[in-house]
Design a protein around this ligand. Structure first.
Ligand code: XIL
Length: 698
């Protein structure tokens, strides 16, 4: 008898779908046994998201502090946590804060258990300390630029090893709507799939032929296909995955194969096939492929600014392409990137307006007859070209004690136009968010390995231009390093708190405002599934804020989310969350509204109402990630949205800041939809002028 239901994920919201791990030989008999065993794919042990049954099951101590958290902290004794321990590293008397986002004086939080001792992962040390930049490959000026030290750390977190491969193909996973009745509509399956071995240089062909036991044609698609592979349609309801791996592909990787039911495509079954690539006995049999040069986009830069262009050679055989710039500008340097030997960095300072077409050749390391050619176009403009009329946004904002800002593209000082980017950003804004450079996967990619340089440089730049830094983000469900995702749920509280403490210990003096928890709610107002929810239940939010306050007593701490700027279940869920946090005495100072919207946004009244609801809780409001997708024809409509949202913010006394998520369309996470106030060549758009006008009004 097969055991069909192997795992349910714990749920705290009304699940839209259920996931069931299926036994290996999925088929009709299995599906029937699922029904016979009472394997109910619609059941969840979660709590509903409505306000009467607020999704927090933790009993509370009389003082309103949590009586216990779901996971006892590792205090080194193995006995869990003492009742109400003091925070050893929090100051006796928090200093009175200064600055526009400062917070009032508060007593230390006594509700937290101590941080894990010994630590769960090695603390940052001297090997993690960035060093001064050693080679000319930055455009930065006015502050000391640092780079991470090269550290050879073996990534021991590769997901699959020989043992997993030998264990055979994993169990298929059924993903179906809660009302799916497997007796009436049997899920599809894929016969004859197994893990496969292929030699580098040889061709793998994987025939994928799903079947639906009820008849009809089952759909299929794949994920995780390696570069260079193809997925052929055989035009007979089957497909073939074809791949010829090369030397760098040696190892074990997963290919995810999905099939969907012919009657109800929401009923899906997923297989994970492991592909093992081995070196052949005679490596010279492997075809030597020609090298490539990573596309370097056309650039717009300014006379007199340093320009750095990272040119990357790509060779599918894994050898280093020899790169040469045939016509370098006078005085140019070309150095190898210290962390990636495939990249050569060209640096020069253009001294006159015009167009430079830089011709690059990349030759194969084994066979110089194999080569690639590329031309990089650099348009050099005089400084006057980038002058903006009227007052700078930050002057206008400063005059009304308001924060106007942007999120900084990571490592902008190593992008070709970094000097121009920094110049405009420094002139226009008085606050900057760390778009990606303080996310967990950037800062701490492996246990005990810290990569601080990006964040350090951003902080140093911001201070050199007198901008406030807005830290983003300490606790989020995504952009986590693989090792964190693989931690034991019981240890998650410790890892989360250790992370918060380490990041804040480093940056608390320089970064006064933090997105402590990001995006913890679903569209229905319930809690988003995440490793944090899995590890601690909904209390993780409160614990995160308490730890943040303990580690950075003077910082302003906010909760940040999207789709909360208008009426609906998510905004209602947010209100319930905030009320509960406040009832528990959670240290929370404000709410960040992301506002990733489009040019047809018109729910300004609802936005004002939601700001008001937050203000009535005695919390500040921040517009944290504004961008407005548009097309060239609709830039005026985009401007109206920017201006309308700014107006709503300026009219709400508790709204402290408006930050767009980037400022030039060149570096936007939604670049194709040109959502920002400068175009990709740094020309201000109507949205810029609209902000300027509105900031200048009363
Ligand atoms: C985005 C970045 O802009 C991208 O560069 C990255 O690839 C993914 O994350 N909500 C957030 C931000 O809180 O961190 C996200 O930033 C955008 C949505």
């Amino acid at each position: 008898m097969l055991v069909p239901v192997l795992a349910y994920r714990r749920r705290y919201l009304l699940a839209a779908r259920s996931r069931t791990r299926l036994a290996p030989s999925l088929g009709l008999s299995f599906v029937l046994s699922l029904a016979a065993c009472g394997g109910d794919t619609s059941s969840t042990d979660g709590e509903p998201a409505d306000s009467d049954t607020a999704p927090s099951g933790t009993p509370r101590a009389p003082d309103g502090m949590p009586a216990s958290t779901s996971t006892p902290m590792n205090d080194g004794t193995g006995n869990g946590a003492p009742d109400v321990p003091a925070i050893t590293d929090s100051p006796e008397t928090p200093a009175t804060p200064a600055g526009p986002v400062g917070t009032p004086e508060r007593p230390p939080d006594t509700a937290l258990t101590p941080l894990p001792a010994p630590p769960l992962t090695p603390a940052p040390d001297a090997r993690d300390e960035p060093r001064p930049l050693t080679e000319p490959r930055s455009t930065a000026s006015g502050f000391p630029v640092v780079e991470n030290r090269p550290r050879s750390i073996e990534d021991t977190f590769s997901e699959f090893g020989e043992a997993e491969f030998a264990a055979g193909i994993g169990e298929p996973v059924l993903d179906a709507p809660p009302d799916h009745d497997p007796r009436r509509n049997r899920p599809p399956y894929i016969p004859d799939l197994d893990n496969v071995t292929v030699f580098a240089g040889s061709t793998l062909e994987l025939h994928i032929a799903p079947l639906d036991p009820d008849g009809g044609v089952a759909g299929q698609w794949i994920e995780g296909s390696p570069p260079g592979s193809i997925y052929l349609d055989n035009l007979d309801t089957t497909r073939t995955f074809v791949w010829r791996p090369l030397e760098p592909d040696v190892g074990i990787r997963a290919l995810t194969v999905h099939t969907a039911d012919s009657e109800d495509p929401e009923v899906r079954v997923t297989y994970t096939v492991l592909i093992r690539v081995l070196m052949p006995a005679d490596p010279s049999t492997i075809e030597n492929r020609p090298p490539g040069i990573d596309l370097v986009e056309p650039q717009t830069v300014r006379v007199g600014d340093p320009v750095v262009i990272g040119i990357k050679g790509t060779d599918l055989n894994g050898t280093l392409t020899e790169l040469e710039v045939l016509n370098p500008p006078p005085g140019a340097t070309l150095v190898t990137h210290p962390e990636d030997p495939r990249i050569r960095v060209l640096r020069f300072v253009p001294d006159a307006p015009g167009t430079l077409d830089l011709d690059v050749v990349g030759r194969d390391a084994r066979d110089p007859e194999l080569f690639a050619e590329k031309t990089i176009r650099v348009t050099v403009r005089s400084p006057g070209h980038f002058a903006r009329e009227g007052a700078r946004l930050r002057e206008l904002a400063d005059a009304r004690d308001f924060l106007i800002g942007f999120a900084a593209a990571p490592d902008f000082d190593t992008r070709p136009d970094g000097a121009l980017y920094a110049a405009i950003a420094g002139e226009e804004f008085n606050i900057v968010s760390t778009e990606n450079s303080m996310k967990w996967d950037t800062l701490n990619p492996l246990p005990g390995v810290y990569r601080w340089a990006s964040a350090d440089n951003l902080v140093a730049w911001a201070h050199s231009r007198d901008l406030i830094v807005h830290g983003h983000t300490l606790v989020w469900y995504t952009q986590l390093p693989a090792w964190v995702k693989r931690t034991e749920p019981a240890m998650r509280e410790g890892h989360m708190r250790e992370h918060i403490d380490r990041v804040l210990t480093r940056y608390a003096d320089d970064v006064p405002l933090w997105d402590v928890v990001n995006e913890s709610l679903e569209a229905d107002g319930g809690y988003r599934d995440s490793i944090w929810l899995e590890g601690m239940g909904p209390d993780y939010i409160e614990i995160a804020f308490r730890q943040a306050r303990a580690s950075a007593p003077e910082a302003t701490l906010i909760y940040n989310d999207y789709d909360i700027g208008w009426a609906g279940p998510k905004a209602d869920g947010l209100l319930r969350l905030l009320e509960r946090l406040q009832a528990n005495g959670t240290p929370l100072d404000g709410v960040g509204f992301q506002l990733h919207v489009s040019d047809d946004f018109d729910r300004f009244d609802e936005l004002a109402e939601n700001f008001r609801r937050i203000a009535l809780l005695d919390l500040d409001v921040y517009v944290t990630e504004l961008d407005v997708t548009t097309s060239v024809e609709a830039e005026n409509a985009q401007a109206e949205v920017y201006e309308g949202i700014l107006s709503v913010c300026l009219e709400e006394p508790r709204c402290k800041a408006l930050q767009s998520w980037g400022f030039t369309d060149r570096y936007s996470w939604r670049a194709e939809d040109t959502p920002l106030m400068f175009d990709r060549d740094y020309t201000p758009k109507p949205a810029y002028r609209a902000l300027q006008r509105r900031l200048g009004e009363n």
